[in-house]
Design a protein around this ligand. Structure first.
Ligand SMILES: NC(=O)c1ccc[n+]([C@@H]2O[C@H](COP(=O)([O-])OP(=O)(O)OC[C@H]3O[C@@H](n4cnc5c(N)ncnc54)[C@H](OP(=O)(O)O)[C@@H]3O)[C@@H](O)[C@H]2O)c1
Length: 272
């Protein structure tokens, strides 16, 4: 079976297709065309967010793809700035409406803190209590069947531990930046030990790895492209990659990753 058809199984038994199409920095037209093309060519999973302002286009592409709703996996995200129970509830409703779906497969808290202060050090406010309130709204929608799984994004071990202490429903997913040269073994181990699926965003470092000569040497050895090595690198670690492209040939290429990387080459890529 091709990787595109394979799934990871979340802690609640839900199956999630192993490769998702990223849609950050896509205009609505680009998101519509890329999502529709991807779904017509074997992809079963798309990653959007309220803040990408393309949910409506993604929802329409899912409909127009002709695939049954229950075969397509849709992820969206509650903005990092949304930090109250009421706002979170309203945002879930907004996403259901914009995507024009009865349920959303996975919704994530986009970031533990508002983006404006996300990278401040030291961290002045961790937003532990606020995230617990947002989570409460998500759990309610999950238990009502509006959401099939719930998770977080950009959460550290500390953020995860504080959230998990407040709830009986632990996050099913943590979506974080993960690519060759930007790894986090400790977070990966924590998530895998707690049955939290790690999704790797920016697998090609938002394009910055495209001319990396060290990765190119490995790509040549396998007769693959740099993006294919980047995507396969995550799959070898059981991390779900979310490559983004607006080009049809790239979208196809990024899903053509049915090969494996040998252990010594993985060790070399780990060292970069
Ligand atoms: N949760 C979060 O906070 C967060 C943050 C960032 C990203 N994400 C998610 O992760 C997804 C992917 O991350 P990303 O958008 O940063 O970028 P990425 O997937 O690492 O890289 C995308 C860039 O690589 C190019 N590219 C893709 N495949 C290629 C190929 N086969 N050959 C040549 N160039 C190729 C794309 O070009 P073209 O588009 O021009 O084809 C684009 O410039 C996002 O779209 C989003 O869904 C989540």
């Amino acid at each position: 079976m091709r990787v595109l058809q394979q799934t990871f199984t979340l802690a609640n038994g839900v199956e999630i297709p192993k490769i998702g199409l990223g849609t950050w920095q896509m205009s609505p037209d680009e998101a519509y065309n890329s999502t529709k093309f991807a779904l017509e060519n074997g992809y079963l999973h798309v990653d959007t967010a309220v803040s990408y302002r393309n949910q409506q286009a993604v929802g329409k592409a899912v409909k127009d793809s002709g695939l049954d709703r229950d075969t397509v996996y849709i992820t969206t995200k509650i903005p990092g700035e949304v930090k109250t129970y009421d706002e979170a509830k309203a945002t879930i409703e907004q996403s259901l409406k914009e995507l024009d779906v009865e349920y959303i497969d996975l919704i994530l808290i986009h970031a533990p803190r508002p983006w404006q202060v996300m990278h401040d050090r030291p961290i002045e406010n961790h937003y532990y209590e606020e995230n617990a309130n947002v989570w409460r709204a998500m759990v309610e929608a999950y238990e009502a069947g509006q959401l099939k799984a719930i998770g977080v994004s950009n959460f550290s071990i500390d953020d995860l531990e504080h959230l998990m202490a407040t709830t009986t429903v632990a996050p099913h997913v943590n979506q974080v930046i993960y690519h060759i040269g930007r790894t986090n073994q400790e977070l990966l181990a924590f998530c895998q030990n707690n049955h939290i699926l790690l999704e790797g965003y920016s697998p090609i470092a938002t394009g910055r790895l495209l001319d990396n000569q060290q990765i190119k040497a490995i790509a040549d050895k396998y007769d693959k492209s740099i993006p294919q090595i980047c995507i396969r690198y995550l799959l070898e670690k059981d991390i779900l990659p979310l490559p983004k492209s607006v080009h049809e040939d790239y979208i196809l290429q990024n899903a053509d990753v049915d090969f494996s990387i040998e252990a010594d080459d993985m060790a070399y890529l780990d060292s970069l």
